[in-house]
Design a protein around this ligand. Sequence first.
Ligand code: KG4
Ligand code: ZN
Length: 337
Amino acid sequence: MPTSDIKILALESSCDETSAAIVDNGKVLNNIIATQSVHGNYGGVVPELASRAHQQNIVPVVDEALKNAAIDKSSLSAIAFTRGPGLLGALLVGTSFAKSMALALNIPLIEVNHMQAHILAHFIDDPKPEFPFLCLTVSGGHTQIVLVKSYLEMEIVGETRDDAVGEAFDKSAKLLGLNYPGGPLIDKYAQLGDPSRFKLPQTEMPGLEYSFSGIKTGILYFLRDELKKNEKFIDENLNDICASIQHTLVEMLLQKLRKAARQFEIKNIALAGGVSANSGLRNGLNIMAEKENWKVYVPAFEYCTDNAAMIGMAAHYKYLAGEFTSQEVSALPRMKF
Ligand code: KG4
Ligand code: ZN
């Protein structure tokens, strides 16, 4: 394969964003994203609706990515796609589209692991982290501490046993009557509230493991008890409740991250995934970084949430390493590293 002019069309369809991007020699030319608003009323992503929306959106986003980059499909070097982890019906749309397009153009196909791609989003813009680094990947589906040794060599050293932290944000928000996704709304109200007002129970876990399902139940009981005493409790205390929830979740994330950094003696620390947009997490991380003498890396917001640019970036390194995928490939909802 020629390695001088690598033009990759990348697709992302693992959850509720349909996205296409063109990555030219490791440089992101664009990142087209169609966000699915259809899930807002349901309190979470509805897999069947996500799949249908991907089918409607995939042709227009690919078309726009090619047009926007002024690239004809005949000059593409490879097609990349998210193979997993994610929702099966959603992944199938990107996977089948990528396979058909690669077959029609007679160019290589590159499968990408969505979680690895979140980490490689750090190589889109400067400053880029130096290897080895630790990445705290926090999204609606995952909470992982990853030891990143090189572009394609990564090891999960800590993980959640149950819910992801994004899920904990979204489910807590739902208990407060906020729309999905509730994470950004908790963040917004938290900025006006007192984080020490309510003490919420944290779940103690061994080693570098996380557990977030207990806190959701804790919040459920806490709200039930308070609402019995005052039915306007949520309305009257929304900012303080949000600040307390956010403070608790951020504390849990950062304590294990510090433990991992000390254990592996690593001072390059990165954040990835949708929850890295959270202002409390960013502030908390910066304070901890100063104390621990860390160098901290956070991608631009556009590359924190689900996007195809990160898939294209991962595919670029896989192309250089000669890691291609056969037409036999199928989507893998529980894909591991
Ligand atoms: O990475 P992502 O876009 O999709 C997944 O792969 O899951 O992450 C989405 C998650 C949702 O749970 C959303 O509520 C959360 O990221 N999120 C936030 C914030 N922005 C997005 N959570 C807390 N604070 C935010 N500012
Ligand atoms: Zn994601």
